[in-house]
Design a protein around this ligand. Structure first.
Ligand SMILES: [Fe+2]
Ligand SMILES: [Fe+2]
Length: 405
């Protein structure tokens, strides 16, 4: 079972956490320490998978503790839980911590964060993945803008107006967000002219995720990725996002989860960019072999690098503290049958969308390997009967041209 260690010098807070987390007894072992020194003693005696620490503590503060842990126990997921007033310090410890949470935070929020950390730990524990990740020299960083939005979302009084204002401080991000929001993907009847309006219409989380996806794609150097054909990949992920959203809508998912489905599509193949950027020579050979021999990329990647683009993308999303559903949809989009958990519909939607979009793109002459849907998996979920209808509506949607110029 995953072992979680909470560190805080305030006994009241530790007692509160102890009560709050009693209901998670079956999901993780929770330990507590009231100082940095006590925490390190626990680390020396047992394996800790997730560390959640306060920043302001006498003697050894949280930053010192995080430094020690990241050096000695790099496999531990590191999370900061600190007062809202400390968010400036939190922002400076980005490299040391995988995520930061603001105190006070409510029950559901903390439990969610903890579940996410547990998932991240599970996904990242494959020894091969660790090996691949340690060889990567450039992992894209998260934009400052993203942290500012997350920090605003952690504020109990978070508002669309403030999130919109944060986005509008970055001109190029504003332009890209508006361009995408006004494209046919979102189907908003009126023309959206400023980020505040966009945030009000789409919700804070969607704007946060959009800023993230757009930033990730803009970070990659197009000339380096010639073989990867960045444009083709961007079109692919936009299409997968649109079809995912369509399927979730047909499944009567609430609007927020549908919009989130679009983002799942945008992010599902991020690992390809990471591999292309970091292993350009070998990855080019993998791409060529995949095309010439008709072997799906994720299978060849596993053979050659020990981990596939889905493993690597999910790992990175975990480090960035993105929602668990993003990690799950990315990690399992090729092999959904291995996933057991609450996000089956989102995962199924991305899996189906990826397959249908690939079929469509092959028809249009894009060199891609066929990725058939896992029909047994759909049958188990009770979704097999709808597949043919989705196939037809997806083709209609794609033919009409979900285009983002
Ligand atoms: Fe993929
Ligand atoms: Fe894909």
């Amino acid at each position: 079972m995953t072992a979680v260690l909470f560190v805080d010098d305030d006994a009241n807070i530790l007692n509160g956490l102890r009560r709050m987390l009693r209901s998670m007894r079956n999901e993780c072992d929770v330990l507590f320490a009231d100082s940095g020194a006590a925490a390190l003693k626990i680390f020396s005696e047992s394996t800790i998978d997730v560390l959640i620490t306060d920043l302001r503590m006498p003697a050894m503060d949280g930053v010192k503790l995080l430094e020690e842990v990241s050096r000695k126990y790099p496999g531990t997921v590191r999370i900061i839980l600190s007062g809202y007033a400390d968010r400036e310090i939190s922002l400076r410890t980005i490299g040391l911590a995988h995520q930061f949470l603001s105190k006070p935070c409510d029950d559901a929020f903390l439990k969610n964060a903890l579940r996410r950390a547990i998932t991240q730990h599970h996904l990242a524990s494959a020894p091969d993945l660790q090996k691949v990740v340690s060889q990567l020299h450039t992992l894209p960083s998260l934009p400052d803008l993203y942290y500012q939005i997350v920090s605003e979302l952690n504020n109990p009084n978070a508002s669309s107006r403030r999130v919109g204002e944060i986005v509008s401080r970055d001109m190029s991000m504003t332009a890209r967000v508006l361009q995408l929001v006004n494209s046919s993907f979102f189907g908003i009847p009126t023309r959206v002219v400023d980020p505040v309006q966009a945030t009000t219409m789409l919700g804070l989380e969607t704007v946060r995720d959009l800023a993230l996806s757009l930033h990730i794609f803009s970070q990659f150097n197009e000339t380096l990725l010639a073989e990867m054909q960045l444009d083709t990949l961007w079109e692919h992920v936009l299409r997968v996002g649109a079809v995912t959203k369509m399927i979730l809508k047909d499944l009567n998912m609430p609007p927020k989860r549908r919009e989130a489905g679009f983002i799942l599509g945008l992010l599902h193949d991020l690992g390809k960019l990471i591999l292309a950027q970091n292993m350009s020579g070998p990855y080019q050979r993998v791409l060529e072999k995949s095309r010439s021999e008709g072997i799906p990329l994720h299978i060849l990647e596993k053979d050659v690098f020990g981990a596939s683009h889905s493993d690597i993308g999910a790992y990175l999303f975990g480090i960035w503290g993105l929602d668990e559903v993003v990690m799950i949809a990315t990690a399992y989009h090729h092999e959904p049958r291995f996933y057991v958990g609450d996000y089956q519909y989102e995962l199924a939607a991305v899996h189906i969308a990826n397959s249908l979009v690939t079929e469509f793109e092959r028809d249009k002459g894009v060199a891609a390997v066929d990725l058939p849907v896992d029909m047994d998996y759909l049958t188990n979920l009770g979704l097999a009967v709808q597949f043919e209808t989705w196939r037809q509506s997806a083709w209609k949607l794609l033919k009409e041209g979900v285009k983002y110029a």
